[in-house]
Ligand binder design. Structure first.
Ligand SMILES: C[S@@+](CC[C@H](N)C(=O)[O-])C[C@H]1O[C@@H](n2cnc3c(N)ncnc32)[C@H](O)[C@@H]1O
Length: 250
């Protein structure tokens, strides 16, 4: 081996180790910043997390994205949430432009997150989700069934039926007041302390017809209601409404 070749190999090894060391330091910085409360550090965490995962995951194929996973995320899915929770790949507000390129994902799964976006922004948000889904790819959305909730509320108040007792959130309502139940289901409990702007308030109500129409306007076709056994993560029970659509060719 010539001197020049040995030198070249040494340079390559040093570069490789530098890169590995830098990567390790980067990963350590991200972990250290995860629970930061200082705004600048929070911003640094968001930037580092998104930057690293965007670069790393772009090399993958058959990509699936779970939006709003909460504390438990789906195996085999990249995850995007507005707050730092669970296993998180991207810290993003899914109601705003997403940091992904066009057609990056084969499947978007969003369970009980669309109702946290203001109702008059649903179509715009779905358009953005359509942009990052490849033509032929799919979206699966689960939301509280607003029509079922409204009907159960009216039925209970008028004495026609007490179907609201079929819902799991009935238990949060020891006096069995249907209006208390309907408030909880329509507006949610936010963070439980009444904090304005908390991302867990509900800001939209859906029926199967309306959600299907919003999906069509956003660029999805072949829209069908999902059966309850198609839930991939937490099943929200009696009020769960699921819809899937295929991203149409442009
Ligand atoms: C009710 S939880 C649903 C969790 C889980 N997907 C499920 O079905 O049980 C709503 C999740 O969406 C997140 N979220 C709310 N608004 C969001 C937004 N604009 N962008 C991204 N995530 C959001 C919340 O932080 C939370 O993790």
């Amino acid at each position: 081996m010539t001197h020049a070749r040995r030198k070249e190999l040494l340079v390559q090894v040093v570069r490789r180790f530098t890169t590995l060391a830098q990567r390790r330091r980067l990963r350590q910085s991200i972990v250290a910043l995860r629970n930061a409360t200082n705004p600048a550090q929070k911003l640094a965490y968001k930037w580092l997390l998104n930057h690293v995962n965007l670069r790393r995951n772009r090399r993958r194929s058959n990509r699936r994205l779970e939006i709003g996973p909460g504390h438990t995320s789906l195996v085999g899915f990249e995850t995007a949430n507005i707050t730092v929770v669970g296993r998180l790949d991207y810290l993003v507000d899914a109601a705003k432009p997403l940091p992904f390129r066009d057609a990056e994902f084969d499947l978007i799964y969003a369970s009980h997150i669309l109702e946290h976006v203001p109702w008059y922004r649903t179509v715009d948000v779905l358009r953005e989700w359509a942009r990052v889904t490849r033509p032929g790819g799919r979206v699966e959305i689960w939301v509280p069934d607003g029509l079922k909730i409204a009907k159960a509320f009216v039925d209970a108040e008028s004495g026609a039926a007490n179907d609201f007792r079929l819902d799991g959130w009935y238990k949060f309502n020891p006096n069995h007041d249907p209006c208390v139940w309907a408030n909880g289901r329509m507006f949610s409990y936010g963070d439980g302390a009444g904090t304005k702007g908390d991302p867990n308030w509900h800001l939209a109500l859906f029926s199967l017809r309306h959600l299907s129409q919003c999906l069509r306007e956003a660029g999805f076709g072949e829209i069908v209601e999902l059966p309850r056994d198609a839930v991939r993560g937490d099943d929200h029970g009696w009020i769960n409404l699921g819809v899937t659509g295929v991203r149409l060719e442009l």
